[in-house]
Design a protein around this ligand. Structure first.
Ligand code: SAM
Length: 211
């Protein structure tokens, strides 16, 4: 994702700490209290500019959503967009997915979404792929039993790599879809990248799996 330098981003993050949670590790194990209800919590990792999470929050008002996004210059755009709405079921966290286990307790999360994760095509960078086994360990620990990992991408190489990674980790593949837009799935909420790539005629892949 293209990242522009935004000199105002630090001030914006400070002013909106109630929404882009400044010290999320303080809420480990008590996210339900932060939301003020016991609804299930879905996490999107690599939220980008927030289109998906905003669409999901509107569609599923009885679910709490947390978007984790590494890039400060991107998460502020997501925050601006979401703050224009009146959804009270979204929070954002400006952290690396590496930190997930410091932020969420065991079994605290019901679903995890990976949307159009950076492919890191070079083999020497494979540890950075969000479907590398070190990340899968973190997802497994924070997900409840029967919680799902839902992964969408247009990148065939990353999709193939990820299916093998899930399988080697002993995960159960509940859906492997090689052309998501060829089916009529009213539950599918499009991300920014999904719109961009599918408009260019690229196929979108989706896998739903559980640990
Ligand atoms: N999910 C959005 C979409 O589908 O339109 C954005 C996709 S963009 C290619 C990938 C996003 O993941 C970027 O915003 C990037 O900063 C974020 N990202 C990459 N690695 C991450 C990590 N380790 N932890 C959190 N976010 C990460």
């Amino acid at each position: 994702m293209r990242q522009r330098n935004k000199p105002w981003a630090d001030d914006f993050l400070k002013e909106n700490e109630h929404f882009i949670i400044a010290d999320p590790q303080l809420n480990k194990g008590s996210w339900s209290e932060v939301f003020g209800n016991s609804n299930p919590i879905y996490v999107e990792i690599g939220t980008g500019k927030g289109q998906f999470i905003a669409g999901m929050a509107e569609k599923y008002p009885d679910v709490n959503f947390i978007g984790v996004e590494l890039a400060k210059s991107v998460i502020v755009t997501a925050a601006q967009k979401i703050m224009e709405t009146d959804y009270d079921n979204i929070l954002l966290i400006n952290k690396d997915a590496e930190d997930l286990k410091n932020i969420f307790a065991m079994d605290e999360i019901s679903q995890i979404y990976l949307n159009f994760s950076d492919p890191w095509p070079k083999n020497r960078h494979k540890k950075r792929r969000l479907t590398f086994h070190t990340f899968l360990e973190k997802y497994r620990d924070i997900l409840q039993k029967n919680g799902e990992l839902i992964f969408k991408t247009d990148n065939r190489g990353l999709f193939e790599y990820s299916l093998v990674s899930f399988s080697e980790f002993g995960m159960t593949l509940k859906e492997v879809n090689l052309d998501l837009h060829a089916i009529d799935d009213p539950g599918n909420v499009m991300t920014e990248y999904e719109e961009k790539f599918s408009a260019k005629g690229q196929v979108i892949y989706r896998c739903r799996s559980e640990f």
